[in-house]
Ligand binder design. Structure first.
Ligand SMILES: Cc1cc2nc3c(=O)[nH]c(=O)nc-3n(C[C@H](O)[C@H](O)[C@H](O)COP(=O)(O)OP(=O)(O)OC[C@H]3O[C@@H](n4cnc5c(N)ncnc54)[C@H](O)[C@@H]3O)c2cc1C
Length: 468
């Protein structure tokens, strides 16, 4: 293998081939997967990526594409064989072009998401992809997971934000589809194959991304209400009153807020009283802030008169809005206050969310009395992070994770299937749900996916053991 490592050094240069101290690359954010790579290689250009892929194809060496390594399903982490090469794209981090007339920017795959948001803002444009990991996740990873986040309701998933891609194929050829076109009906739209493919079909090296007008005002509100059903009614009420201006609509359960307060007492609800559920929402438009606040206040006022909500706080400035969003964005980390829990990233028809929560809560409580769901998510997109914390008594943390994960997943995912949902809304399958998906996707669908994989990657070198 030292021959392979020497050849990698010859392609990218000595400093960019890492042969020890792998922790930052080999372990995932949740510390669930601890991989053992042969080597980490950090190319600086698509041509270097192509040369690495050709070398790996010639030597039948498995490659694990990686960007910011914030993925939550073990997709960017190698196995424990010590034979896989991590190809990390973080060095390719330049914004190549901002076209203000076409409203696009062309970027390299290793650009950190927050830097792209800042570049757009510096040009008085919005790049709307936004998630709690935005300070370290990179656009190549966002594209490869078809990331969602908090503004999908208005702007769509990453898939809707990508107009063109450049990809190094498993053959080592570079496919250049870097077109900034809104319309292009010339056969199969290849970029969509690679978006959400979790690195199993090729390595994304560049992308053309859509930009939007920068809203001039955003109003954030934190609402207390009685149930997810009321939250759904509120969503429809606000859509009727405010139209497309709602950019985020997040649901948070009382228990999730309780977890936050125990994690950090400074993270408190802005409302005086306790409520069973909360909604955090952003409404943005191009009018002035006072006019927008008036509209939002009127919409929430009529919601209160109609008994949809119990209380609401409107952020009076950016600091107050930031404090409200800190609650939501700290939740993924804060859950650890009660020990590890069994996580689910599920998608449902929006109209079925309340029914799903009732059914899944009841089924789990029947199987494990006293079980505590930390329930929050992007209600406006039908996406819940339905994470199950063990009952206060009866299980140690290890017992819960080792013995209950499978039966709990079965209960939750079967319930998702009953409501015609999906067991992965935005995080992907990676290695975490690779086996589980076989129960929920039809053989026809899996066979089509396998056929595509075999056609593009007949040697199976591209991120083996993930997705399929
Ligand atoms: C605190 C926190 C909050 C999060 N919130 C959200 C959220 O709201 N919504 C959401 O969707 N996700 C969320 N995530 C998950 C994660 O941030 C996203 O999946 C993100 O898109 C991953 O980007 P990354 O750069 O870290 O990719 P990585 O973790 O490095 O890789 C992810 C996958 O993409 C593949 N890949 C990476 N780069 C390339 C490339 N250039 N070409 C081909 N394949 C590649 C990898 O092999 C892997 O399968 C969150 C994660 C954390 C830690």
């Amino acid at each position: 293998m030292s021959g392979l490592i020497d050849q990698l050094r010859a392609i990218v240069g000595e400093p960019y081939v890492i042969t020890s101290d792998f922790a930052a690359y080999a372990n995932d954010w949740r510390k669930k997967y601890f991989g053992k790579p042969l080597v980490v290689v950090k190319p600086g250009t698509p041509e270097e990526v192509a040369a690495i892929v050709r070398l790996c194809a010639a030597t039948s060496t498995a490659l694990v594409p990686q960007a910011g390594n914030t993925g939550l399903v073990g997709g960017g982490v190698p196995d424990e064989s010590g034979t896989q090469v991590i190809l990390n794209v973080s060095r390719m981090n330049r914004v190549l072009e901002v076209d203000l007339t076409n409203n696009t920017m062309t970027v390299e795959a290793g650009c950190i998401l927050q830097n792209l948001q800042d570049t757009a803002a510096a040009n008085n444009r919005l790049f709307p992809l936004s998630l709690a990991a935005e300070g370290s996740c990179e656009i190549g990873g966002n594209i490869s997971t078809n990331a969602g986040g908090v503004q999908v309701l208005r702007y769509g998933n990453t898939r809707e934000l990508v107009l063109g891609l450049e990809v190094v194929l498993p053959s080592g050829e570079i496919w250049s589809g870097l077109k900034g076109l809104r319309k292009d009906n010339t056969g199969y739209d290849l970029k969509h194959l690679f978006i959400g493919a979790e690195g199993t079909l090729g390595i994304v090296t560049k992308a053309v991304l859509k930009l939007f007008p920068m809203p001039s005002a955003t109003q954030t509100a934190f609402v207390g209400l009685a149930s997810p059903r009321k939250a759904l009614e509120l969503l429809n009420h606000m859509k009727a009153a405010l139209g497309e201006r709602i950019t985020a609509f997040e649901l948070i359960s009382h228990f999730a807020l309780d977890v936050l307060e125990r994690f950090n007492p400074a993270l408190r609800s802005p409302l005086g009283e306790t409520h069973a559920w909360y909604v955090l929402t952003d409404i943005a438009d191009s009018r002035d802030a006072a006019a927008l606040a008036e509209d939002v206040e009127a919409a929430l006022g009529s919601a209160m008169e109609a008994d949809l909500i119990a209380d609401a706080a409107l952020a009076k400035n950016e600091t107050e809005a930031r404090r409200m969003w800190d609650l939501r964005e700290t939740l993924p980390e804060a859950q650890s206050v009660d020990g590890r829990n069994i996580k689910h990233d599920v998608s449902l028809p929006i109209s079925k969310i309340a029914d799903f929560i009732d059914a899944a809560d009841a089924a789990l409580d029947a199987a494990y009395p006293g079980v505590r769901p930390v329930n929050f998510g992007h209600l406006g997109d039908g996406n819940l992070h339905y994470n199950i914390t063990r009952p206060r008594d009866g299980f140690t943390e290890d017992e819960w994770m080792n013995n209950a994960s499978e039966p709990v997943n079965r209960i939750v995912h079967d319930c998702v299937a009953r409501f015609n949902g999906s067991i992965s809304a935005e995080h992907g399958l990676g290695q975490l749900k690779r086996e589980e998906i076989k129960r929920y996707k039809s053989e026809i669908e899996l066979n089509v996916m396998r056929a595509i994989k075999n056609a593009l990657d007949p040697k199976g070198i591209m991120n083996p053991g993930k997705v399929l």
